[in-house]
Design a protein around this ligand. Structure first.
Ligand SMILES: Cc1ncc(COP(=O)(O)O)c(C=O)c1O
Length: 477
């Protein structure tokens, strides 16, 4: 109904003109901003419902019955935004800003250098590692939080290669998946060149035939960053051990997203990110784990003073710390550690509500719902599901490829406040471009899933992704 208020009537008329002109979709509307400008906004209402296989009402009921629902309020997400990119950068916990302010003003401003002791700044890599340990299925004192995933991977690969060279000097192949995250392959490539090893990259489906007795280290990313496909950690660690190789796992898309049992699953080394599902903030410190059976043997080449057994003895020669402390290198970002602490708080808040098993259950229900809705509502638009349907092989993201316009579709969705991301394929081997949608059960709900699919359907039905502005390439995709 058009309003009788002159200004709102103008808004209504502009809406009609906008809709007619763009032919976009019936819910497109205009809203005045605080600066008085009129911007298109996209209002979905129940009339969008009946054609959807899973109705809005059902999704709202699922949210109402969701035991994890209260955790959404632990995050500071803009109203109306549907955030499906927690697999790239986790959302901001509400507590982070105040915590950082306290660290800056009190611990730094007032405590100054004393805070290394009084505020336990020096202990943060170990303290945060202890808090993370249960989510990885390992014991306290087995994990340290430090540096980046790439740097930690360099350390553990070096350590694993040195151990392999001692135990099986003939096994000088580092085996990995061709579609592994590039930084993993880049690090492996540099280390292989340095140590006279060979990097062998194969398709996932060919892994078994290439895991031969000349392999010294198997390096896998547990959940693939493009497809969301998950390796069976226990099976592949065992297979590596059967040929005398060590198993190194990248948990960037697993930590906080899927249940992990590194020790039970016989992993040898693992690394992972703090800024994705762990909600530690952009550039948050990463983590590193070594099996306790290896740690005293493990040497890593970045022998900085924080990894020394007595950093404040200031001795001229290096002696590695006893335990995981040897995987530290230099001074850590105290502010970034404080933010990661707030990210870990959000997980600990889930413990009385069922912890990781509740998170996993919801994650699978969210990804199932998204897959079902996209496949039925967006049929005929050339979307190809790249994520396994089998729960045991799925992480917490869903990826669709499209032969044309995947980047533009993601950009068109972002304009509608539905944030996913895009990962370019490698045409030389037929790898398609991918649209990725991450489902973080801490803050994504079933209504978000429903609304995201309505937006995707409209972008595809109306072809609005073809508008030239959606193809403008950004540095970060
Ligand atoms: C699987 C995987 N490993 C490693 C990285 C890179 O981590 P960092 O930038 O902390 O070195 C990423 C980043 O997205 C990733 O997805």
């Amino acid at each position: 109904m058009a309003s009788t208020h002159p200004r709102l009537r103008l808004v209504y008329l502009m809406t009609v003109v906008y809709n007619r002109h763009h032919g976009v979709w019936p819910g497109a509307n205009f809203a005045p901003t605080e600066h008085g400008r009129l911007l298109p906004c996209f209002v979905l209402d129940d009339k969008d419902g009946p054609y959807m296989t899973l109705s809005l009402q059902t999704c709202q009921q699922m949210d109402a019955q969701d035991p994890l629902r209260p955790l959404r309020d632990v995050f500071d997400l803009p109203t109306g935004l549907i955030y499906l990119d927690g697999n790239s950068l986790g959302a901001l916990p509400r507590a982070t800003a105040a915590r950082l302010q306290a660290v800056v003003q009190q611990e730094w401003g007032v405590g100054l250098i004393r805070s290394y002791n009084t505020a336990q700044w020096f202990e943060q890599p170990r303290m945060l590692g202890d808090r993370l340990a249960p989510w990885l299925g390992v014991g306290a004192a087995e994990v340290v939080v430090t540096d980046t995933t790439s740097v930690n991977l360099f350390k553990v690969l070096s350590a694993a290669m040195a151990m392999a060279a001692q135990d099986h000097p003939q096994q000088r192949i580092l085996l990995s998946e061709r579609g592994n995250f590039p930084t993993d392959l880049y690090m492996a490539e540099a280390l292989c060149a340095q140590h006279g090893w060979q990097l062998r990259c194969v398709e996932a489906c060919e892994m078994a035939q290439h895991l031969t007795t000349d392999v010294g280290v198997l390096m896998l990313t547990h959940v693939n960053y493009r497809t969301g496909a998950m390796w069976d950690m226990d099976l592949w660690s065992q297979k590596a051990h059967a040929v005398g190789a060590l198993a190194v796992w990248d948990l960037a898309h697993s930590a906080g997203a899927v249940p992990l049992a590194l020790k039970a699953d016989q992993a040898d080394f693992a690394v992972g990110c703090g800024y994705k599902y762990l909600n530690g903030g952009p550039g948050a410190p990463a983590f590193v784990w070594a099996h306790p059976d290896h740690v005293q043997r493990a040497t890593q080449p970045l022998s900085g003073w924080w990894g020394h057994e007595q950093p404040f003895a200031f001795t001229p020669s290096y002696a590695p710390a006893v335990g995981m402390g040897r995987f530290l290198c230099g001074s850590q970002s105290v502010l970034a550690m404080a933010a990661l602490g707030c990210g870990l708080d959000t997980f600990e808040r889930s413990l009385p509500l069922g912890g990781m098993s509740a998170l996993r259950k919801k994650s699978l229900a969210l990804t199932d719902a998204f897959i079902e809705l996209v496949q039925t509502e967006c049929a005929g638009h050339g979307l190809v599901l790249e994520t396994p349907l089998n729960h045991a092989q799925r992480g917490s993201q869903v990826s669709f490829s499209r032969h044309e316009g995947a980047y533009a579709v993601v950009q068109a969705l972002i304009e509608r406040d539905v944030i996913g991301d895009f990962r370019a394929g490698d045409p030389s081997c037929g790898e398609p471009d991918i649209m990725r949608f991450g489902f973080t059960p801490l803050y994504v709900g079933f209504e978000d899933v429903w609304r995201a699919v309505v937006h995707l359907k409209h972008v595809l039905d109306a072809g609005s992704w073809r508008e030239p502005r959606f193809s403008i390439a950004h540095k970060v995709t």
